[in-house]
Write a protein that binds this ligand. Structure first.
Ligand code: SF4
Length: 219
């Protein structure tokens, strides 16, 4: 039974191949997706982004200039569209104020400072901020989500209700400081949760079974 994080990543990588995340064409699309995916599935986000493109809303300036109801109509498939319109506009204003219409340029800020800046934006919590830092600026910070909590608590490696930053630090200390590893590991976690470690886990399909307290117990 391995508890080595790189070994666990290796098992997932060997099983599913590199996931080539984030599913977005540009850094701005990634940042938009990080807001829209809050409390919803990514399929709704994809539909919302397609509608934003069709409406000419895929730039910070266009979103800030558009009436709220126009933005809300475009992002409706992502759910909570009134709340997310306000959040999207706040993020876009932040990007424009920081000369970062292309959010990849936020990489010029040190990660701790950038994280504090993002957390000051209306509606940007830790998971959203870290998703933007990792996937839009390609800087190393580990993203924690509900899937991460589910898999690694079932494995017996973390407490499911641990504080976000306690979990993030745990992963970052257990892995090399490498954005490429953080990027694909998180994507593998999402894939594993969708394919095997569902609400009701399908452990006999899971490559982590030999490393997992729950999977071993069910053998
Ligand atoms: S073995 Fe089962 S409980 Fe453990 S990670 Fe895989 S699916 Fe989840």
């Amino acid at each position: 039974m391995t508890c080595n994080m790189m070994d666990i990543y290796g098992l997932l990588l060997e099983d599913g191949g590199h996931q080539h995340w984030w599913p977005g064409e540009t850094a701005f699309e990634v940042a938009v997706g990080a807001v829209l995916t809050q409390n919803t599935s990514f399929s709704g986000v994809t539909r919302a982004i397609d509608r934003m493109k069709a409406a000419g809303l895929m730039s910070p300036a266009a979103i800030v200039a558009a009436p709220d109801d126009v933005v809300g109509l475009a992002i409706r498939p992502s759910g909570y569209f009134n709340i997310k319109t306000a959040r999207l506009k706040a993020l876009c204003r932040f990007l424009l104020e920081n000369d970062a219409a292309d959010p990849a340029s936020l990489a010029r800020f040190p990660v701790p400072l950038l994280r504090r800046m993002l957390l000051g934006v209306h509606g940007v919590g830790r998971e959203t901020a870290d998703s933007i830092i990792l996937y839009a600026t390609n800087r190393p910070i580990f993203v924690i989500d509900a899937y991460t909590r589910r898999i690694f608590s079932r494995m017996g490696l973390v407490q499911a209700d641990s504080d976000y930053d306690v979990l993030r630090t745990f992963f970052e200390k257990s892995l090399p400081c490498d954005a490429a590893v953080y990027n694909d590991f998180h994507a593998q976690i999402v894939r594993c949760a969708k394919e095997c470690c569902r609400k009701r886990p399908i452990c006999d399909k899971c490559v982590l079974r030999q490393s997992c307290r729950t999977g071993m117990a069910e053998a």
